[in-house]
Design a protein around this ligand. Structure first.
Ligand SMILES: [Zn+2]
Length: 252
């Protein structure tokens, strides 16, 4: 298989990952051809977007409705103090384009809802759930599963975090495992290191899927505790009565 032509600048830029065992230009070409949609330009999305753009993902679509606030800056590493008041997606676009001009960044300032979710994730290879509220996560999950696009979930709270990868109709989806959680969510406290860890794991899982490696978190919920620095792999199963992906969705 012939990899497409890379410029000398690209080869230099990616040189440290190109020499990783098992990597090479063919894998880098897969990365360059990938289209990743990141829902949320906050703590998780900043980190995912940064590392995916830096790794050479050819197309990143980043979606967020909000503007940068001072209270974001303890964790949302794409936004700096002079960006306060700017739409987050434009602040993100500016940083990502400066980071890697070979990455085409599409900034979409939008509130993800039932009417636009399918269109917003359309034509993506992978969707990253970097959202901060359960209601929108449910909508994103519904659209991703029905569009048959893998969804990489990440969540943080306090000193803990969780990650899982949902392959439509093959592994559990968000609704299979979180149907009992209510949509109302109060604002929870978080240190910036937690979304950094979880967002980095989400982007690592994404890059491995893009490179056609076996995803490590399919059917697994990875739970990280930052208080005792442990990772726990929790096996999760599809719910046959899941309202989104179940085989008999008539739920009582
Ligand atoms: Zn499901």
């Amino acid at each position: 298989m012939n990899a497409g032509i890379f410029t000398l600048d690209e080869l230099e830029r990616y040189s440290r990952q190109l020499i990783v065992p098992g990597m090479g230009l063919e894998k880098q070409e897969l990365i360059r051809n990938a289209r990743v949609c990141i829902a949320g330009a906050g703590g998780l999305g900043s980190v995912s977007a940064y590392y995916l753009a830096a790794a050479g993902v050819g197309h990143v679509r980043i979606i967020d409705r909000d503007r940068v606030e001072a209270s974001n800056l303890n964790r949302q590493i794409l936004h700096f103090t002079p960006d306060i008041g700017q739409p987050k997606v434009l602040s993100a676009l500016d940083k990502l384009e400066n980071l890697n001009p070979y990455c085409r960044v599409e900034a979409v300032q939008a509130d993800i809802n039932e009417d636009n979710a399918f269109e917003l994730i359309d034509n993506s290879d992978i969707v990253i759930d970097a959202l901060d509220n359960i209601g929108t996560r449910r909508i994103l999950n519904f659209a991703s599963i029905h569009s048959r696009i893998p969804l990489i979930y990440g969540g943080v709270e306090g000193f803990s975090g969780m990650v899982s990868t949902f392959f439509p109709y093959r592994t559990p989806c968000f609704e299979c495992i979180f149907s009992h959680i209510s949509d109302d969510e109060e604002r929870k406290g978080v240190f910036g290191m937690l979304p950094a860890i979880v967002g980095a794991i989400q982007s690592l899982e994404a890059i491995r899927i893009i490179m056609k490696e076996t995803p490590a978190l399919a059917g697994t919920l990875l739970y990280f505790s930052g208080t005792n620095m442990t990772f726990q792999r929790i096996a999760i199963e599809r719910n046959p009565h899941c309202t989104v992906c179940g085989t008999s969705p008539a739920r009582t």
